[in-house]
Write a protein that binds this ligand. Structure first.
Ligand code: AMP
Ligand code: MN
Ligand code: MN
Ligand code: MN
Length: 292
């Protein structure tokens, strides 16, 4: 048998199923992201803006124009065990009314939170942060910590956004405001009721104890969640191995995505991550009938 008769393993696919546009806290339009993904060799793409699906029709059209396959996407902010967890949704109906409404509600607290963040920054001498952050916002319903970080870099308070998060925007720092996002149950339900797949985003990023992490995966499964990001821009190579094992242990499908936000800020570009490890079920295998 010649090697050419063996079909490639389905894990060998340049799928990038996690990134952000100006519709949330990215700096590129859906069209510019699609062109960049194509140039980097992406074969299957998803735009996953935070708590927002307003860019989905544009992204799907741009993928089509570039000859790439597409899955609808979003990344929902959830509060679990007093920590913010992100749940990626893929392959859902972008016009599903419950999902559109649920995400609208989740976005609702961001304006008030932003004003409180600005007050906190003013108390340490940084004035006008709300107005400053707004200049970087592409979607008025989606003011995020990232926009504050860009303003603090622009105004010379910090050299780069990572430094802003470290010094000002994380728990215990002057610009941090605790916030309650959606429940895990609601987020998974919105996605699955709209025929999509719910996926735990970048699990290594959360500061959970082993017991809390076990509870997250167990409850997520019980609610109908089906996948976990294994290869992501925010995991190390050891974390790919660790979460490949977790995927097998919990019977979850595996996803791959850069979490690209901006050419200036992101260290992982679209389509440049290693392939998924073998021996896993890629999420795109279960979503085959929803690929556009
Ligand atoms: P928010 O949803 O407003 O709380 O903002 C969360 C976003 O901030 C994430 O999606 C990332 O884009 C960004 N972010 C969070 N932590 C960091 C960090 N340590 N360095 C850089 N960006 C971060
Ligand atoms: Mn972000
Ligand atoms: Mn995230
Ligand atoms: Mn993300």
């Amino acid at each position: 048998m010649t090697p050419s008769t063996t079909p490639p393993a389905s894990s060998i696919l340049n799928a990038d199923l996690h990134c952000h546009s100006v519709v949330s806290d990215g700096t590129l339009t859906p069209e510019a992201l699609a062109a960049r993904a194509k140039a980097n060799g992406v074969e299957l793409w998803a735009l996953t803006d935070h708590d927002e699906i307003g860019g989905q029709h544009r992204a799907a059209a741009a993928a089509r124009a570039n000859g790439m396959k597409y899955l609808t996407g979003t990344e929902i902010s959830v509060t679990f065990a007093n920590e913010t967890v992100h749940i990626v949704g893929l392959g859902f109906d972008p016009d599903d009314a419950d999902m559109v409404q649920g995400l609208h509600k989740t976005r609702g607290g961001r304006g008030q939170r932003a004003m409180e963040m600005s007050d906190g920054l003013a108390r340490v001498g940084i004035k006008g942060a709300y107005e400053g952050a707004l200049k970087f916002v592409g979607n008025p319903e989606l003011i995020s910590r990232t926009h504050f970080a860009r303003f603090l870099v622009e105004s010379g308070v910090c050299k780069e956004t990572a430094e802003v998060f470290r010094k000002y925007l994380t728990e215990g720092k002057p610009g941090y405001v605790p916030h309650r996002w959606a429940s895990l149950h609601d987020a998974v339900k919105w996605i699955t009721s709209a025929r999509g797949m719910a996926i735990i985003a970048h699990p290594a990023r959360y500061k959970f104890t082993p017991n809390e992490e076990y509870a997250l995966f167990t409850e997520f499964k019980a609610h109908g969640g089906q996948g976990v990001e294994v290869v992501t821009g925010s995991h190390t190579a050891q974390e790919y191995v660790k979460y490949a094992e977790t995927a097998r242990e919990f019977g979850l499908a595996a996803s791959r995505g850069s979490d690209f936000h901006s050419p200036e800020e992101s260290h992982t570009d679209l389509g440049t991550l290693p392939f998924l490890p073998g021996g896993l079920t890629p999420v795109w295998e279960l979503l085959a009938d929803r690929i556009q």
